[in-house]
Ligand binder design. Structure first.
Ligand SMILES: C[S@@+](CC[C@H](N)C(=O)[O-])C[C@H]1O[C@@H](n2cnc3c(N)ncnc32)[C@H](O)[C@@H]1O
Length: 218
């Protein structure tokens, strides 16, 4: 199985050269795959790990107007690519939350080898529902889980923000927004932008539409 993973990573590296170059530039290794579990309609629908292409991440951060005082939280961060990209782009703090221990541990290893190791970067191996979102100003989600968990994450984000009387709006960038209807129905978030799926030449990476939401409760 390990050999299979290595082969898959090797071909992904070859077929996604821009992402390979960014990994090298940042001193991390974020190519990989881990299967998901559950399925549509189930509460425990946890998606597989594949990383977002760097160019898409940078475009999403631009769409969200990333600022130097942002605290970015990637919910379902895998090996941490989004976290490193957000830190590189100047986020004050970038953190990743990942359910699968092997992925979270590898993300942590990436942090120690990264050229960004002096920046405020943190990884947590836990379910997103156990993560404190009170300080987060920008959530990044790449369709990591199903409708039920999205609804519960939104409730938790709202609750956590109230505990600190959050003064700034929360933005949510949602890549491959399969559960957009849940965000729309939550009643305290407004869709303020979207980015179409973009093709990238010389890359086998998958690309998805993204929606951007902002809280209306402060
Ligand atoms: C599609 S990948 C996205 C990876 C990364 N955010 C990126 O864009 O490069 C989804 C990730 O979410 C993780 N995940 C799924 N459900 C989760 C949960 N309830 N708590 C934490 N992580 C979860 C999966 O293990 C997987 O690594």
């Amino acid at each position: 199985m390990l050999a299979g993973l290595r082969n898959r990573n090797f071909s992904a590296r070859l077929l996604q050269p821009a992402d390979e170059l960014w990994d090298r530039r940042l001193g991390v290794s974020t190519f990989g795959h881990h299967p998901g579990s559950g399925g549509p309609g189930e509460r425990e629908w946890y998606m597989h790990y594949i990383p977002s292409p760097y160019r898409d991440i940078f475009d999403v951060l631009d769409l969200a107007s990333l600022k130097e005082d942002d605290i970015v939280t990637d919910l379902g961060c895998g090996l941490g690519r989004v976290v490193f990209a957000a830190s590189h782009r100047g986020a004050r703090r970038a953190e990743g939350v990942e359910l699968i221990p092997a992925l979270a541990s590898q993300a942590q290893t990436n942090r120690t080898t990264s050229r960004l190791k002096d920046k405020d970067i943190a990884f947590f191996q836990r379910n997103v529902l156990d993560h404190d979102l009170s300080g987060t100003t920008l959530i990044y989600m790449f369709h990591s889980f199903g409708h039920q968990i999205v609804a519960e994450v939104l409730d938790k984000a709202r609750h956590d923000r109230r505990t600190v009387n959050a003064a700034r709006p929360l933005r949510i960038a949602y890549v491959n927004p399969v559960c957009d209807d849940v965000i729309a129905d939550a009643g305290w978030l407004r869709c303020v932008g979207s980015m179409p799926e973009k093709r990238q030449w010389l890359s086998s990476a998958l690309h998805y539409r993204t929606t951007l939401w902002v809280s209306t409760d402060c």
